[in-house]
Design a protein around this ligand. Structure first.
Ligand code: ZN
Length: 268
């Protein structure tokens, strides 16, 4: 499942590929889909130009020249790329938008779980209600994280996964940030002191920052992408292996329907 770093990598590559975003060549002249559930009202984008590629949490936003936008969620195996020729599409392409210059923005998605939807101007606030601030925006401050933590008795890992405290953290990077901050994933959020939350705040940004670089290299083969690929994980997926800090065994426990990896000695 792509997390924020992978989705950001897709956004950057798409931005670079479109280069002349906003120009006439980025006008959408045709579109199609291969599963009815893949795209809702995609045809409404025809005749509009793609002016920018944004990311919000794990969502990609293709801005159109009239303020409307397409929202793309990659889900498990999706990748949004530019194909050099709209007529030549891989069999795993589930949705495509042909551009005026002959290229196409394609949703390549072997498992066909990705989603595209069309949205009117001004609908963004409502659409992303409940989604917390971006981890590298000023809105994500230590005060914000502290406020979110003090407001819930849930385990800190589950709070991080909820997207309200901060957008974009998933199972891998939440576990890695908690290890770096030496916080046990099951610790109730409201019991964490401000210094410990400060360590977590720093760790979230450190981990996501490092992951962005590795994701930009790794995320170009949809369907073959392994979680955390190229990222030097300390705990995720390492059950039974030695902790990089104390050499004790990394453990796995179920939490919120997912597996959480942690070091019982280093994380309290
Ligand atoms: Zn350890």
């Amino acid at each position: 499942m792509p997390e924020l770093p992978e989705v950001e990598a897709v956004a950057r590559k798409l931005r670079a590929a479109l280069q002349d975003g906003g120009g006439p060549s980025c006008e959408i002249v045709d579109c199609g889909q291969f599963r009815p559930t893949t795209m809702q009202e995609g045809a409404r984008a025809i005749g509009r130009r793609i002016t920018a590629v944004d990311r919000r949490g794990k969502h990609l936003l293709l801005r159109l020249d009239d303020g409307c936008f397409l929202r793309v969620h990659l889900r498990m195996t999706g990748n949004l790329t530019v194909a050099p020729d709209a007529r030549l599409r891989a069999s795993t392409v589930r949705a495509w938008f042909a551009l005026a210059d002959g290229r196409a923005v394609v949703l390549d998605d072997p498992r066909a779980l990705g989603r595209i939807s069309f949205h009117e101007p001004g609908s963004e606030t409502e659409l992303f209600r409940g989604l917390g601030p971006e981890p590298f925006d000023a809105a994500f401050s230590l005060d914000h994280l502290t406020g979110a933590a003090k407001a819930t008795k849930k385990p800190i890992k589950l709070l991080l996964m909820e997207q309200k405290a901060v957008a974009g953290l998933g199972n891998i990077y939440a576990a890695e940030a908690l290890f770096q901050a030496a916080i046990h994933p099951a610790r109730p959020a409201h019991k964490l002191s401000r210094p410990r939350l400060a360590a977590l705040y720093t760790a979230i940004r450190d981990v996501l920052g490092a992951a962005m670089a590795s994701a930009e290299q790794a995320y170009d083969r949809p369907g073959e992408f392994a979680e955390g690929e190229n990222f030097p994980v300390a705990v995720y997926g390492r059950e039974g292996e030695p902790c990089l800090r104390c050499a004790g065994a990394i453990r796995r426990m179920p939490q919120g329907g997912r597996s959480t990896y942690y070091c019982p000695k280093c994380q309290k």
